[in-house]
Design a protein around this ligand. Structure first.
Ligand code: FES
Length: 89
């Protein structure tokens, strides 16, 4: 399998629509814990976002993930950004 530079991979990612990017995130290891501190899988976080949680605080309230240390905060914010860009399209 060929190895691509970070820039090339970034360019490939940029060709995806937000909806395709969201689906890609859904398909990529959905049962993996996004929040390892509180054992919350990525699919649970994504379900919460689809159910209307549009801030990290709302996702914390729905899933109990991303509390206190908030080490997964950037990943959660990234998912929120992707989903919100679907709504804008
Ligand atoms: S990984 Fe989510 S709070 Fe630490």
């Amino acid at each position: 399998m060929p190895r691509f530079s970070g820039h090339f991979c970034y360019a490939l990612r940029m060709k995806l629509t937000p909806k395709e990017q969201w689906q890609k995130e859904r398909d990529k290891a959905p049962s993996r814990n996004l929040c390892t501190c509180y054992d919350v899988p990525k699919e649970t976080m994504m379900d919460a976002i689809e159910a209307g949680a549009d801030t990290v605080e709302k996702i914390t309230a729905k899933t109990y993930g991303c509390q206190d240390a908030q080490c997964c905060k950037r990943q959660v914010e990234r998912l929120i950004d992707i989903y919100q860009s679907i709504e804008k399209c």
